[in-house]
Design a binder for this molecule. Structure first.
Ligand code: C5P
Length: 281
């Protein structure tokens, strides 16, 4: 809705978690270490260091991160991992630190991942109000194989593209009344700057429109999402993605929590081992 004195932008946005998930596991260790397959993810270690600082003790943990959510894709994957790391360390260390207080220091999207699967997100991203989740829907995510920096997209947002936030508030009020959301209300003010910053996004978007799909930008892009009505839709999207250097992920919108503590494993030789996922499968 506009630039704030701190350089960030004032947001009014509805966030919805989907089933595409990373898996983060931690076991006790004297130092903080991270093994990440296949990409490095600094936010997990930053979350660990911040938690260590807050607790004021040199506690450790050995993380293994299995990445499936593409990085720098506008999907919040790194933020989900950071939220998961905080929740894991809270369990592993059994120390009274407040994960909600730490989350905004790791990134604007991290607080959302500590809340519920559907939420109204305001402020810089730290004001998160739970919304009732809509019925689960099949979604295709299409990611042009390029990385796009969130900071660059925000920097290219023009004042005339700032929004009143009214459409988002209408979406939130429809969700509160369990009314299905018409697709024309799914707008994203970051589409303009994302298109200016990323030519492959524009080409893929045009192609999807030509084939009768309604693509929507996820976050700051370059990933777009399309609601799927049939297996035929998925087959068509797979062909388009393959021809145009894009990755296709098929998933569902989820209810409940975006970060799911899936199991606490107590093995005889490792009583503090615990496993967490960043979304429900
Ligand atoms: O908070 P995070 O590090 O994820 O944000 C990345 C960049 O996105 C920020 O440096 C800022 O340029 C931009 N941003 C913004 N307004 C927000 C969130 C992010 O301008 N509310």
């Amino acid at each position: 809705m506009g630039r704030r004195p701190d350089g960030f932008h004032e947001l009014v946005s509805v966030f919805q978690a989907v089933s595409l998930a990373d898996r983060l596991t931690v076991t006790s260790h004297e130092r903080l270490i991270l093994t990440s397959v296949p990409f490095p993810n600094n936010l997990v270690l930053r979350a660990g260091l911040l938690a260590q600082d807050t607790v004021g003790e040199d506690l450790g943990g050995s993380f293994v991160l299995e990445k499936r959510i593409p990085a720098a894709a506008g999907l919040g994957g790194g933020s989900a991992d950071a939220a998961a790391a905080l929740l894991l360390l809270k369990r592993l260390w059994r120390k009274p630190f407040n994960v909600h207080r730490l989350a905004p220091h790791l990134g604007s999207d991290v607080p959302f991942f500590l809340g519920s699967a559907t939420a109204l997100v305001e402020g810089r991203g730290e004001l998160v109000s739970a919304l009732p989740s809509p019925a689960s829907q099949c979604v295709a995510l299409l990611r042009p194989r390029v990385e796009l920096s969130t900071a660059e997209v925000f920097a290219n947002l023009r004042p005339e593209e700032w929004d009143s936030g009214n459409t988002t508030k209408t979406v939130a009020s429809l969700l509160r009344r369990s009314v299905p959301i018409p697709q024309h209300l799914l707008r994203n003010s970051l589409l303009g700057p994302a298109l200016r910053c990323c030519a492959p996004l524009g080409r893929l978007r045009e192609l999807l429109l030509q084939h009768g799909f309604q693509p929507h930008l996820s976050g700051s892009g370059p990933t777009m999402f399309v609601f799927i009505q049939s297996g035929e839709d998925i087959r068509k999207l797979a062909t388009l993605a393959q021809r145009h250097d894009a990755d296709l992920y098929q998933c569902r919108t989820i209810r409940g929590r975006p970060v799911l503590v899936r199991a606490v494993v107590a093995r005889p030789n490792d009583p503090d081992s615990t496993s967490i996922e960043t979304a429900r499968r």
